[in-house]
Design a protein around this ligand. Structure first.
Ligand SMILES: [Mg+2]
Length: 381
């Protein structure tokens, strides 16, 4: 079943706008969301998600196109591993790896549709049938907007919440505690509460002592995990922090490729690893990362601030491990809830059943996609 075409679907409606005097932070400028649809000679298509701007996704697509056209779409891992190998000199991370990861998702989706099986079954089988989705949102100061978002999440039946970035860790300790206190008050004692410092931010200055002291404050608010308290590559800092923090330490969202995760796993540098399928290589790559972490008794919770396609891929992958537990669910999230024919719905317990239909188990509404994009751009035979 030969690959005949790839179509790029830009998602731009949530792209931050440039304002005079208040330029968008450069770190956000490349991070974006793009969907691709891979078509085959049999008429079956699959969907993938790339966590970079559509312009970069399209550029990589054009470069790799000669290597992808005519490949067998029913061999997801073999095809994408060849792409990784063939891009050795200019790949190994960044836009190239994000694109190959999106192709990987799309090919697993195609194989599932061809065989009538869900991706989780094709990856080896399902250990869990539901995940706890956590509504993932930004801190705001004053807290009005964050409280409104938390309340809307409670109204949508979420039982877990993560707040991150904003002014947390960027003003003073009093501000940090006020933000967390307001969040705990809004969601009540029964909900899971998670805090994300956003240490992959540009020139992040939170240091080890700040992180240790802050972790003790977070324990007082029964926070489930403390995410990215240190700079993203500070593996020794994370190792020490993991030993001293009373709450679990999570990181890994900006790491690319399975090889980058190995030192974190082997050195026990965190409690929870957070690979992002849309930037680090897709389902095949993340299956290997998760297996290595699992074998070292390390939890994995996929980073998923992206789209319904990324969320569906995270659901399928998480189903294949006995410790699959949470799903990051961007809230409110037009790219997640607004592009599917049948939305992903939480059940009465605030859990999300993992689809078991063919492929990724979702159906994309291409008309809805147009509202978030600027039309699709074909590049094919
Ligand atoms: Mg994060």
């Amino acid at each position: 079943m030969k690959i005949t075409n790839v179509t790029v679907f830009p998602l731009v409606s949530q792209r931050p706008k440039l304002k005079a005097g208040h330029p968008i932070h450069p770190s956000w400028w490349g991070y974006d969301q793009t969907l691709i649809r891979v078509d085959t000679a049999d008429g079956i298509s699959g969907w993938g998600c790339s966590g970079v701007r559509w312009e970069m996704t399209e550029a990589v697509m054009k470069v790799l196109w000669p290597h992808l056209i005519g490949q067998d779409a029913t061999q997801p891992e073999a095809v994408t591993e060849k792409l990784h190998q063939w891009t050795f000199w200019y790949g190994r991370g960044g836009d190239v790896t994000a694109y190959i990861g999106a192709v990987n998702m799309a090919l697993w989706d195609i194989l599932g549709k061809k065989t009538g099986l869900s991706v989780s079954r094709l990856l080896g089988g399902r250990h869990v049938e539901r995940l706890k989705p956590y509504a993932s949102m930004l801190f705001s100061w004053p807290v009005t907007e964050q409280v409104q978002n938390l309340e809307s999440g409670l109204g949508g039946n979420f039982a877990a919440f993560k707040l991150g970035w904003g002014t947390f860790g960027r003003v003073d300790r009093k501000r940090d505690e006020a933000l967390v206190k307001a969040a705990r008050k809004a969601v009540g004692d029964e909900s899971d509460l998670i805090v994300d410092a956003g240490g992959s931010d540009v020139f992040w200055h939170g240091d080890l002592k700040w992180a240790i002291e802050t972790s003790k404050m977070l324990r007082d608010y029964n926070v489930v995990w403390f995410e990215e308290p240190l700079r993203a590559d500070d593996i020794e800092g994370y190792r020490t922090l993991r030993e001293q923090s009373p709450v679990h330490i999570a990181t890994g969202e900006v790491l690319k490729r399975r090889e980058a995760f190995l030192p974190w796993i082997e050195r026990g540098a965190c409690d929870i690893l957070q690979p992002d399928q849309t930037t680090c290589g897709g389902l095949s790559e993340c299956k290997k990362i998760w297996q290595a972490a699992y074998d070292h008794s390390m939890q994995v919770i996929m980073h998923g601030w992206n789209t319904a396609v990324g969320a569906a891929a995270d659901l399928q992958l998480s189903a294949t491990f006995p410790n699959g537990k949470y799903l990051e669910y961007w809230h409110p999230a037009p790219y997640v809830s607004g592009i599917l024919k049948e939305p992903l719905l939480l059940d009465r317990d605030g859990m999300l059943p993992i689809p078991d239909g063919p492929g990724l188990g979702i159906e994309i509404d291409e008309e809805a996609l147009k509202q978030h994009g600027r039309g699709s751009e074909d590049f094919g035979a």
